[in-house]
Design a protein around this ligand. Structure first.
Ligand SMILES: NC(=O)C1=CN([C@@H]2O[C@H](COP(=O)(O)OP(=O)(O)OC[C@H]3O[C@@H](n4cnc5c(N)ncnc54)[C@H](OP(=O)(O)O)[C@@H]3O)[C@@H](O)[C@H]2O)C=CC1
Ligand SMILES: CC(=O)N[C@@H](CCC(=O)OP(=O)(O)O)C(=O)O
Length: 346
């Protein structure tokens, strides 16, 4: 059995990790760590887990946790993980970090977009961007994973086949994405207050959202040249789910059917990517509670522009599910293990 610890277990991502890993046949959860609920049972905080995971939350004592775990998931706010992760790495414990701290190849990009200094830039040399569909071989050998963000997973996977096959003009890509409110975490804030986000939709951090840089990093790697693009996130009155709509100009004429064949071919064998037939498009309900990314597209023939629509659950393929997929790869398990229960509809 793989012995796991979950830091930030009481957060929205952390509790999805607890839920998924409690049903994983090769995992034993040995430690759930909290900052504010030390000594309380996790199932008192999330009563849906009563009788399933009745484990007490521990304080963050790296030495104690590292001695008992093969791998730790750090589902802490950006910045908070930076101090503890190097200690786990030194203890030889594998780490899958859900924050943005270890997702970047170039520290100056992290520092520019996160507006803070990185304390351990040397670890960026060993960390691997945990998007299995792009970096599976590196993930298998990694000790430290920077697990991708939710908007980024949804947006990158929607565009990769077009970029890898050089089908679009990469200078004018636009991504318009919408997220459910759980994307902002469980902490209280004015933006996610009931009256502020119910019956209301808003764009935020337009042209400045940090996920722009993460999407650009990965798409540039695929393209073999620097890509910069427009990314606009929106907060919508739903609990979970991301829907991303990407627009790009085609270099030549293609029908939707031809492009969909290219997508099918590119993602052949990728269980967690589902390509829709022509005339159908993904919706957030189709992926809720699951580790799938669903992708469909339309060609706007008047403009010779492709419009790619993708959907995922921000807490699963956008966070906890993808992290477990990475763990499966790191421990040489079938990467679907523990991740194929059907999703929620509604
Ligand atoms: N929500 C989402 O859809 C996604 C989130 N992420 C990333 O995952 C991470 C977790 O996000 P999310 O679950 O939404 O956040 P939450 O705010 O819901 O949870 C944060 C967790 O971190 C703990 N925590 C907060 N501050 C500290 C600290 N200084 N030291 C130790 N523990 C601390 C909290 O503990 P306690 O409750 O005990 O105070 C809580 O368990 C973030 O980095 C986020 O950016 C990534 C992809 C998607
Ligand atoms: C709705 C909402 O607020 N979403 C978050 C993104 C959540 C996420 O993906 O977190 P990472 O930054 O760790 O990738 C945001 O816009 O910052």
């Amino acid at each position: 059995m793989i012995k796991v610890g979950i830091l930030g277990a009481t957060g929205y991502v952390g509790i999805e990790l607890v839920r998924i890993l409690s049903q994983h046949p090769q995992v034993k959860i040995v430690s759930v760590v909290s900052q504010s609920f030390v000594g309380q049972n996790i199932s008192d905080i999330y009563p849906n887990l009563r009788g399933i995971v009745d484990q007490k939350c521990e304080e963050l004592d790296v030495e104690k946790i590292a001695n008992r775990c093969d791998v730790v998931f750090t589902a802490l706010p950006h910045g908070a993980s930076k101090t503890v992760i190097p200690q786990f790495v030194q203890h030889g414990v594998k780490v899958i970090d859900l924050s943005g701290d270890f997702r970047y190849n170039d520290v100056s990009i992290y520092e520019k977009w996160y507006g803070t200094k990185h304390d351990n830039p040397e670890l960026l040399d060993i960390s691997v961007y945990g998007l299995p569909e792009l970096h599976r071989d590196e993930i298998a050998k990694a000790h430290l994973i920077g697990n991708p963000g939710c908007y980024t997973t949804c947006s990158i996977l929607a565009l990769v086949p077009l970029i890898a096959n050089k089908l679009i003009d990469t200078r004018h890509i636009i991504i318009d994405a919408k997220s459910g409110v759980s994307g902002a975490g469980r902490g209280l804030s004015l933006d996610t207050h009931f009256c502020e986000c119910t019956e209301n939709i808003k764009a935020y951090k337009v042209a400045t959202h940090r996920h722009t840089s993460e999407i650009e990093q990965e798409l540039s790697l695929v393209a073999g040249e620097e890509i910069i693009l427009s990314f606009t996130p929106h907060l919508i009155p739903m609990k979970r789910g991301i829907l991303s709509t990407a627009y790009a100009d085609l270099k030549q004429k293609y029908t939707a059917g031809e492009l969909l064949k290219i997508y099918e071919e590119y993602y052949k064998g990728e269980f967690f990517i589902r390509i829709y037939d022509e005339g159908k498009l993904p919706e957030t309900n189709h992926v809720s509670g699951s580790n799938f990314v669903d992708i469909g597209l339309v060609v706007d023939e008047r403009l010779n522009r492709v419009v790619v629509v993708s959907a995922l659950d921000n807490l699963i393929k956008g966070a906890a599910g993808q992290a477990v997929q990475n763990m499966n790869i790191m421990f040489e398990l079938d990467e679907k293990t523990g991740l194929v229960a059907s999703g929620l509809y509604l």
